[in-house]
Design a protein around this ligand. Sequence first.
Ligand code: UTP
Length: 402
Amino acid sequence: MIKEKLEKWGQTQLLKFENELTEEEKTALYKQIEDLDFSYLNASGDDVPKGEITPIKAMTITEIENQRAKFEEEGLKILARQEVGALLLAGGMGTRLGSDNPKGMYNIGITKDVYIFQRLIENLLDVVKACGKPVPLFIMTSDKNHKATVEFLKEHKYFGYDENYIKFFMQETAPCVDLNGKILLEEKGVVATSPNGNGGWFNSLLANDEAKAMLEKFNIKWLNVFAVDNVLQRIADPAFVGATACGGYEIGSKVIRKVDPYEKVGVMCNKNGKPSIVEYIDLTEEMALQVDENGERAYNFGVILNYLFKVELLQEIKDKKLPIHIVTKKVPYVDENGQKVTPEVPNAHKFEMLCVDMIEFASSCLPFEVVREKEFAPIKNKTGVDSVESAQKLLIQNGYKL
Ligand code: UTP
């Protein structure tokens, strides 16, 4: 079976060191090969559907402020019925930050410990206090960081969150291939794999019995998906929930006004008349500078990976295939002589499905503007732009003690 699979996909090199392995290592390798989805190898990297891009209207801060009381009231009612789940995407490798631990374990405190996970959970606890009921919290990990994440949160008593309302589930992995499409070995008996991006989260949730049971038990109607790295974002934000639900949208997307027309951020738009996101590299100069009837820039609202999905929509689209993106990264591997190599330059392709690609399956999406300085402090790097330093500054500016 294993041999047939490897031959079919032209990947027999994975057994090159088979004879050097112990029986136990052999069994583990065979199991890994058997379980691994090789269909990623068919990806061309060019399967994101093309289409006619046109502007979409965002609900601006002024419009939100005018209706805030109504939105919050509605949102709090929905939250008090526990119909909103929060879903933390924490399966990434956080390679740019360069820590061996899961990104959420990173301590961003200055005079005291303040962990990224803690910051996010404390944000959510504000909402729990306001609506009077715990918000069911799902945490997606990957096989690379699951154990460390679960142990860390347990050790810190979930930073005050009721553990009965937290469910962890693991995302899937994809093989890492060299630049010629051959799957790499990370060890002589271990295939090199990486988490398959942040797009497959709903199916991974459903594949986990406990997480699925929590979804069903509370009859959760909305899932607020958010990234691990934005330490300022409001999660399960009542006004956002209220605005999305009252407006009859299938998705809400928190957006920020771009600082300049060329800012490197994905921007909300319509594609063939349906909501979508245009990546900054696909935004032409003409589009970047285009203005609407009010003289405002037409493609001016960037996404921050904080989306509210209607569960009905997720159930409808769960069998649809998301495009597979190919990214080129440095992946340590065992070469044909059995030597371990830590590459200095990118040497491998990884396969990823992305949450942004789910948006265009919906027929409606509300871009909901948030105040950038109050809700956007992503930690991607150690220093410089979108770093621990820049996030610390923003947190202090917002009154947080670090
Ligand atoms: P990023 O795109 O910033 O990736 O993830 P990353 O892996 O965290 O960081 P780098 O690129 O290696 O430095 C955005 C969000 O999506 C999650 C991340 O944990 C983060 O919350 N994510 C990313 C997953 O949950 N799974 C993945 O496979 C990739």
